[in-house]
Design a protein around this ligand. Structure first.
Ligand code: ADP
Length: 250
């Protein structure tokens, strides 16, 4: 689904991504691991359109998507989860899902004035969908809670929920497990597996928790110093000498 070919991202003289090539198979849950500073987040940012690459190419289903904006990628179904922005903290979880930029009719003044009935129907549809998403993620009891008041793990679920409000094809998840307790991490893992199996989502996940990676991901790609070092099952990668050396070196 995604092919990254000879990607470079330089910051001044520093090569954060230094000729990385990899592919992400359709309907896989691909894990991206590597020591701190390996270039994982920078790679994500380039794929997801937040940073322009210095050189190299990214394609999606055979189409060149190098340098497209996050907005353009969003419409192709390529999404990256982000922390719920500060300004959305005072909104309820349900409202947070309903404001996902999509094809809401109410966005234009024309529709707001002249097609009130259609806008109301659209809002009802969005509300139903948001409720269904919260239920899927087992956080429907949080519908009316302010996003700023839920726990870190619940926020991660809500972020995942935002991708479900549109028809995502591939979702990039950055450190889902950071600061999340084990029970909630399992719930997040379950949601990812179900989205993958039942809705055909492809995932690429950066994560440090090897149990989580082991449970969810195949294959696992290990990066170090801006390059892909190893790829395979979690066991293959964990036992790869170059990988062990890269982790020990940090
Ligand atoms: P990882 O996610 O694997 O920990 P990063 O992609 O965050 O790695 O960072 C790779 C390297 O690039 C790090 O050494 C980091 O300091 C550097 N880096 C990341 N973003 C920038 C930036 N905007 N300007 C300069 N250096 C950066």
């Amino acid at each position: 689904m995604i092919v990254v070919d000879g990607l470079h991202k330089h910051f001044g003289g520093f090569h954060a991504v230094d000729g990385a090539s990899l592919s992400i198979a359709e309907r896989s849950i691909t894990g991206l691991i590597g020591p701190n500073g390996a270039g994982k987040t920078t790679l994500f940012n380039v794929i997801a359109g937040r940073l322009k690459p210095t050189s190299g190419r990214v394609s999606m289903a055979g189409e060149d998507i190098t340098g497209l904006t996050p907005h353009e990628l969003f419409h192709k179904g390529l999404l990256r989860t982000f922390q719920i922005a500060h300004e959305f903290g005072s909104m309820s979880c349900l409202e947070n899902l309903m404001t996902v930029p999509g094809a809401q009719l109410g966005e234009t003044l024309w529709n707001a004035w002249f097609r009130r009935g259609a806008v109301a129907a659209e809002e009802a549809r969005l509300r139903d969908k948001a409720q269904e998403v919260l239920k899927f993620l087992t956080i429907d009891h949080l519908a009316d809670q302010k996003a700023s008041q839920i726990s870190g793990g619940q926020k991660k679920l809500l972020e995942l929920g935002r991708t479900m409000m549109v028809d995502a094809k591939i979702v990039f998840l950055d450190e889902v497990g950071a600061g999340v307790n084990r029970t909630l991490l399992n719930t997040i893992g379950d949601a990812i597996i179900r989205l993958n199996e039942e809705r055909g989502y492809t995932f690429c996940v950066i994560e440090h928790d090897m149990d989580f990676i082991g449970r969810l991901c195949n294959p696992v790609i290990c990066m170090a110093e801006g390059k892909v070092l190893a790829e395979g099952t979690v066991e293959d990668v964990k036992n790869d000498e170059r990988v062990i050396e890269a982790y020990l070196g940090t």
